[in-house]
Design a protein around this ligand. Sequence first.
Ligand code: AMP
Ligand code: MG
Length: 397
Amino acid sequence: MTTELPHERVPVGEARTRVIRSVRLLDTESVALKDLAGRTVGQAVTAPHNLPAHANSAMDGYAVLAGSAGPWTISAHILAGDNPAPLIAGTAAAIATGGVLPAGADAVVPIERVEVVDDLVTATAPIASGDFVRHVGADVQAGDVVLHPGTRLTPLATSAVAGLGLTSVACIRRPRVVVLTTGDELVPPGSPLERGQIHESNSVLVCATLAAAGCEIVRVDNVPDLADATRSAFAAALADADLVVSTGGVSVGPRDHVKPALLELGVTELFWRIATQPGQPVWCGSAPNGTLVTGLPGNPLSCLVGLHLLLIPAVRAMLGDDPEPVTVRAELATAINPLPERLRAIPMLLRAGVLEQLGAGASHQLSRAARANAVALIPTGTVELPAGTIIDAVPLT
Ligand code: AMP
Ligand code: MG
């Protein structure tokens, strides 16, 4: 059973637009190669020279001048790293993959396509000029842009930087995040639970998600459910962060101090409540210093929705990356009911293009959701979506 509140809810796409518009692109800093993975390119990475720099062999074989099939005598042996002398006309040079093509050769005959009798090599298939040669600049030419600003440095992209011979890249500095948890019922994992207490888990989700998105987690503060403590925790957080994320205490209960504290601190409201289920009670604002402040709901699966549909996009905008959520199209394994006015965002297990429900339909069911690797986005509607319906899902990091 869902109780629809009368308060106006902002469609999540509109809420995301407001958040993205409120943040600014952060400055760049030079980052050493060993620290690059996971960072975001700030200034275009260009090739300082052609790659390959020298024509070389794509195969183990024989470097020859195309035009005949031999037989050739073997006049040289070229290994990767050698700086070979010109090929003696009418001969072949045995060459290893990556070996520099000698002047006077224009093709490589792979070892699989020759017959060698004594010292004589004969090709068993026709050879054309350029066969099995990696040409100068065939990967990239001097001055070409290899990585554009806003590109996330994956392990592959990072290795491409190394392949260009570069030792650092101008990256966008990592967004600084302060995380605040609220709730007098929260105790740290490892502590025994007294009646009414729960183990604090949201900070783990928020920190891991935002760190994976490229943020620097400055600190996590646990804030008691008191108005003054909430206000001073936010004031300190605003001074230290590009993004302040709190969890809990954002609703309308007597212990919910987040919204009044932020308004007192001069934070301008961007929106209150989004049209999702779960994840509806989220407050976003922009502080006078430009810091984005988000009061996520306390329930863990509501937090997850805000993180993936609002905050990762905000972080991407700060990094100059495309802020729209990355989604995949996938098929529902079983039928599901949409809601008429709210996007349902349900953690599911995505396997081979099929989304399996895990029974994590309520926002506190963190353990049931634990195996999820995607959040299925069930569009608004009034008719049950049958098994096999193709929908969007956000892969979880
Ligand atoms: P609230 O939004 O403060 O009313 O909290 C909603 C629900 O989320 C309550 O059941 C809280 O106990 C729970 N909750 C709040 N903060 C956390 C947290 N940091 N970790 C786990 N659960 C939380
Ligand atoms: Mg609370």
